[in-house]
Write a protein that binds this ligand. Structure first.
Ligand code: SAH
Length: 343
């Protein structure tokens, strides 16, 4: 049995044809799924035989919600989902004035090993399929009872380490027959797998690329991010320039501030120097402290000073609003605490 969400419209049309059905049935089935009809037998414009054929080949892989946490301000909601094979993953829904946004997971666990991140602690279990990534949005949207208009691939996992499935997911989210979310409303965050950034650039998508930089030089970066041993910041920034050249899109650099580690005046000056002249934007993140790590968050005062230096040097900078602190909303924290409880 296959998850029908893993197919795109073209593939489902092909399946219909191969199974003696009219191609337009594919669109009907997909429309039902987006209308939140998640059982073939309730799709009232299909014949009994079509329904039987579908039931023999597919299941509709909408994940089950096993836990939901809402922040006190009700602007952040975190879901823990149960997948068909018993694995759990998490997504975060954030309500902003400009619309609703979801942060989805792309892998179960992660193998990148960043020291500040809870997702990677138990290593990787497996990649998510495109349909499993999509299922998070369909289910969350139905819970929210409002349209989700922005997608960030910033949950557990390294999206560029699951390249094919992530691309298919992006196409399906973007499709007018699917969620119809514009590419400019999709952000992909990566720890910086240089060859994959170039592959992505060659596809010429209009999505926003976010790079988890978190350090102004290789020496500091290598202390928390193992990927920095594979690629230097110089190589990473060259790949970013290549991406900008191909897509003309502004890149976001994420920089999580850790007390006394990467948050000094000198660090801000060095960061300004390496980013000078690039079509980019820096998003400063007060690090979310996790149990398994001794890294501490910088004070708001230091964060503001850091920001002022970047701005003085002509680098566009914002500070990420902390929305889900009271519900363990940092990458992988929810799945992690769930697994610990079970043990
Ligand atoms: N693997 C991808 C996407 C997932 S992480 C990546 O590395 O970009 C999404 C963002 O959250 C990354 O910038 C990541 O470095 C950051 N992050 C992870 N754990 C964090 C924590 N405890 N506090 C703040 N940011 C964190």
């Amino acid at each position: 049995m296959k998850n029908i969400l893993d197919l795109d419209l073209q593939e489902l049309k092909q399946w219909m044809k191969e199974n003696g059905e009219k191609e337009f049935r594919a669109k009907q089935v997909i429309d039902w799924i987006y209308k939140e009809v998640w059982s073939f037998s309730e799709m009232s414009n299909l014949s009994k035989t079509t329904i039987e054929k579908l039931e023999k080949s597919f299941y509709i892989g909408i994940p089950e919600i096993i836990e939901t946490y809402s922040s006190k301000r009700e602007d952040t909601r975190k879901h823990l989902f149960l997948l068909k094979d018993g694995n759990v993953i998490e997504s975060v829904v954030m309500k902003y004035k400009h619309g609703n946004s979801i942060c989805v997971s792309t892998q179960i666990g992660c193998k990148m090993g960043c020291k500040f991140c809870a997702s990677t602690i138990g290593g990787i279990v497996r990649n998510l399929t495109s349909g499993e990534i999509l299922g998070q949005i369909i289910k969350a949207q139905s819970e929210l009872k409002e349209r989700i208009s922005n997608v960030v691939l910033m949950g557990s996992g390294e999206p560029l380490d699951n390249f094919e499935n992530v691309l298919k997911f992006i196409c399906n989210v973007n499709s007018e027959h699917g969620l119809n979310i514009g590419q400019r409303h999709i952000t992909l965050s990566t720890c910086g797998i240089v060859p994959k950034i170039k592959m992505l650039a060659d596809l010429n998508l209009q999505i926003t690329l976010a790079i988890s930089l978190h350090a102004p030089n290789d020496e500091i970066r290598r202390q928390t991010m193992p990927i920095a041993n594979a690629y230097t910041i110089k190589e990473l920034l060259e790949a970013c320039e290549y991406y900008i050249g191909k897509t003309n899109r502004r890149i976001t650099f994420e920089y999580a501030l850790v007390k006394g580690f990467n948050d000094t005046k000198e660090n801000a000056e060095e960061l300004s120097r390496i980013l000078k002249g690039m079509l980019c934007h820096v998003n400063l993140i007060p690090i979310n402290e996790i149990n398994e790590s001794t890294l501490k968050k910088s004070n708001m005062e230091e964060i503001n000073k850091f920001k002022d230096i970047l701005i003085k040097n002509g680098i566009e900078t914002t500070i990420r609003r902390e929305m889900g602190l009271d519900i363990n909303a940092a990458c992988g924290q929810l799945r992690r605490s769930y697994l610990e409880k079970k043990e």
